[in-house]
Design a protein around this ligand. Structure first.
Ligand code: PLP
Length: 392
C-alpha cells in the first residue's frame, strides 16, 4: 500500500522531537532540552475541587456541546485581567478561547496564508510556530533577535522589501532565547508597521512570568488594529487543560472563528468551566508571583554556573522572565555533537538548529530552567560543563 500524502507534508521540518522525547523519558538523564512548566506549581487539589463543584452543580451542561467562541465567564476574566494588568481594553467579544495558544498558530496561518505567501519571524524563532506555519508552505524571512528585540534596520527592510502578511514575534521572554523587547523597540516596531499591510502576531505565552513581577507594554496596545495577540493558561495554571486564547480586530476574529469551528467546533467546554471556577476562588496574581520568583532563582543559578564553571568562550542570554535561555558554545563546538555526547554524559540540551528557518544555530543550545529544582540544575550543569570541557 502506498499512501499519497498532500505535498504540504513534505514541508514539515524534520522532527527532532521524537529522539528528544526518548532521551527525556530516561530518568538517569537530566534534561534541559524540554520545555515543561514546573509540575510542583500545578494546583491539582484546587483544580480537583473546582471540577467537583462543576460536576455537582452543572455536570450535564458542562458535558454538552457549546459555542465556538468559548465560555463567556472565562473570556470576561481574561478581558478584566488585561485591563487590570496591562491597561488593555479588549471586550470579551474580541476574545476567542482556543486549545492552547498553539492552536492559534495553526489557525492564523490557515486564514492568512496561501502557498508561497511571505511571513517573517525572529531569528531564532519558536519551533512550534515554525512547525505550524510550515504546513501552509509560506516563504519565510527572519530578523535577528538581540537583547533589545528584533534588529530594527533588518526589521524595517524585511517589512518594506518582503511585505510579509504577518510578523510573528514573542516580545516577552522569547522561546528559545529568553530575550525581551525593550520599550523603545516595541514603539519602533509599531511605527514601522503603521501604514503597512503587515500584521504583528504577538505571542504572549510568557508575559506573566517576569521575575520582577512587572508587566511589559504589549505591542497590541500601540497598534490594536494591526495586531493579533495570543495568551495561554498553560504556564500559569496547567498546560494539560489546553486552554489559551486569541484577541484580534473583529474582522480577523470572524475568519478565525470560522476556521476554529471547522477544526473542532469548540475547545473542551468542561475544562473551560473548571478553569473559570478555579479562577473565581484562587488568586492568580499571587500564584504567578510564586512561579516567577522560583523560575527567577533557577535562571540566576544557571547563569552563575555558566559564568563560573564553563570554559572560556561560552556565553548566554540573560533572561528577565520565562523558562528558557540560549547559550552560545565556544568556537568549534557543534551543538548536535554536544547533544550526542551529552546523552552519554547523562545530560540533554536542545541544539539550536531547529529554531532557524534560514539556517544556523550550530553553535547555540536552548536550556530550560523551569522544570526542575535547584539541586538538579546544579548536578545537570556540572555534567554539561564536564562534557563541554571534554569536547574542546
Ligand atoms: C512561545 C510559545 N507559544 C505558544 C506555545 C504553546 O503553548 P500552549 O499551546 O500550551 O498555550 C508555547 C509552548 O511552549 C510557546 O513556547
Amino acid at each position: 500500500m502506498q499512501y499519497h500524502f498532500a505535498d504540504r507534508m513534505t514541508c514539515a521540518p524534520p522532527s527532532f522531537l521524537g529522539k528528544l522525547f526518548a532521551v527525556s523519558s530516561n530518568p538517569d538523564i537530566i534534561s534541559f532540552a524540554g520545555g515543561l512548566p514546573n509540575s510542583s506549581f500545578i494546583d491539582a487539589a484546587g483544580i480537583r475541587d473546582a471540577a467537583i463543584r462543576v460536576f455537582e452543580e452543572e455536570g450535564s451542561v458542562a458535558l454538552q456541546y457549546s459555542t465556538t467562541d468559548g465560555y463567556l465567564p472565562l473570556r470576561e476574566f481574561i478581558s478584566r485581567r488585561y485591563q487590570k494588568r496591562l491597561g488593555l481594553s479588549i471586550p470579551p467579544n474580541q476574545i476567542q478561547i482556543v486549545n492552547g495558544s498553539q492552536q492559534c498558530l495553526d489557525l492564523v496561518a490557515k486564514i492568512f496564508l496561501n502557498k508561497g505567501d511571505p511571513i517573517a519571524m525572529e531569528r531564532p524563532g519558536y519551533l512550534g510556530a515554525i512547525e505550524a506555519f510550515s504546513l501552509y508552505e509560506p516563504e519565510f524571512r527572519d530578523v535577528a533577535l538581540g537583547p533589545e528585540g528584533p534588529d530594527l534596520t533588518e526589521f524595517g527592510n524585511v517589512i518594506r522589501d518582503f511585505r510579509p502578511k504577518f510578523f510573528y514575534g514573542i516580545p516577552n521572554s522569547q522561546n528559545p532565547s529568553g530575550q525581551t523587547y525593550s520599550d523603545n523597540t516595541r514603539k519602533a516596531i509599531a511605527e514601522i508597521l503603521e501604514g503597512t499591510d503587515t500584521i504583528f502576531y504577538e505571542d504572549d505565552a510568557f508575559g506573566e512570568l517576569f521575575f520582577d513581577g512587572k508587566p511589559r507594554m504589549p505591542i497590541a496596545r500601540l497598534i490594536p488594529d494591526r495586531c493579533i495577540l495570543s495568551g495561554s493558561f498553560s504556564k500559569v495554571v496547567a498546560p494539560g487543560m489546553r486552554i489559551g486564547w486569541i484577541c484580534s480586530p473583529p474582522e480577523i476574529l470572524a475568519r478565525f472563528n470560522c476556521a476554529k469551528q471547522a477544526a473542532d467546533l469548540h475547545s473542551n467546554f468542561l475544562c473551560q468551566k473548571i478553569l473559570a471556577r478555579y479562577l473565581e476562588s484562587h488568586d492568580l496574581d499571587a500564584h504567578t508571583r510564586t512561579i516567577s520568583e522560583a523560575y527567577g532563582r533557577n535562571c540566576h543559578l544557571m547563569c552563575d554556573i555558566l559564568d563560573d564553571r564553563f570554559p572560556e568562550g561560552m556565553s548566554h542570554t540573560t533572561p528577565v522572565g520565562g523558562m528558557f535561555m540560549l547559550a552560545t558554545l565556544p568556537e568549534g563546538l557543534d551543538s548536535m555533537r554536544l547533544f550526542e555526547e551529552g546523552i552519554k554524559g547523562k545530560v540533554a540540551v536542545l541544539p539550536g538548529t531547529p529554531f532557524y528557518v534560514t539556517g544556523g544555530g550550530q553553535s547555540t543550545i536552548r536550556l530550560n530552567f523551569s522544570s526542575m529544582d535547584e539541586a538538579r540544575i546544579i548536578e545537570g550543569m556540572e555534567r554539561l560543563a564536564k562534557v563541554v570541557r571534554a569536547l574542546l
